[in-house]
Design a protein around this ligand. Structure first.
Ligand SMILES: [Zn+2]
Length: 217
């Protein structure tokens, strides 16, 4: 048994859910301002963005994520991993309500993400952040510590860390990319992400991850 964890936005998906969602309600400018504010702590940004989505329904979120295309050959890469006895899943700082849609479409085994709080199907503006960095003293201090959730799911499925694969594109993925047995910087968005691993994929094609894996002794 092995395990592969994928970031969602910009890795499995060609776009980013919070942008698609906020564009639909005319609040994308606000989302970009919050995300670009260097003085705000990451968990504060997550809370502020969730608040902008107050009143949206679970269906609104599902339809937004369904409108974003998958990166080329994602289905093929996932079925290849499954045929090789991998447990596969998403570890995302987006929302469970969206990641679950993608995971179910790709027949995945697990999802870790921020949980928007819904009441009768309507977002309340609150969000539960799973964090995890405080438990393992990870430097990331993000709303979702991807390394923590990678380790947690590996242990749940009885997989050694050497047998884990982690794929992501942004700074939020660095702790998971560094600690996985095989970490891949997929279409890395800056040099820190690129430098997090000797394995990089620079074309938007998920099968390149499999080719890289196969080419590595
Ligand atoms: Zn972390």
């Amino acid at each position: 048994m092995k395990l592969a964890a994928f970031d969602m936005d910009g890795t499995i998906l060609e776009g980013r859910l919070v942008f698609t969602l906020s564009e639909r309600i005319g609040l994308d400018g606000k989302v970009r301002t919050i995300q670009g504010d260097g003085k705000l702590a990451a968990h504060k940004k997550t809370a502020m963005i969730a608040e902008l989505f107050t009143g949206l329904t679970r269906k609104d979120i599902e339809s937004a994520v369904e409108s974003i295309p998958l990166v080329k050959n994602t289905e093929q890469a996932m079925s290849t991993l499954k045929s090789r006895d991998y447990k596969i899943g998403i570890i995302s700082d987006s929302y469970t309500a969206a990641a679950s849609v993608v995971a179910s479409r790709l027949d995945m085994d697990f999802v870790a993400a921020n949980d928007l709080v819904f009441e009768e199907g309507v977002a309340t503006g609150k969000v539960n952040m799973p964090m995890g960095w405080e438990k393992i003293d990870c430097f990331c201090r993000l709303s979702v510590c991807k390394r923590y959730h990678l380790e947690k799911h590996a242990s749940k499925f009885g997989v050694q860390m050497d047998d884990t694969l982690a794929v992501g594109d942004t700074r939020a993925d660095i702790c998971m990319i560094r600690h996985a047995g095989f970490g891949v910087a997929f279409m890395p968005k800056d040099d820190d992400v690129k430098n997090a691993s000797k394995n990089a994929v620079n074309t938007p094609d998920m099968m390149q991850v499999i080719r890289l894996l196969d080419a590595t002794p």
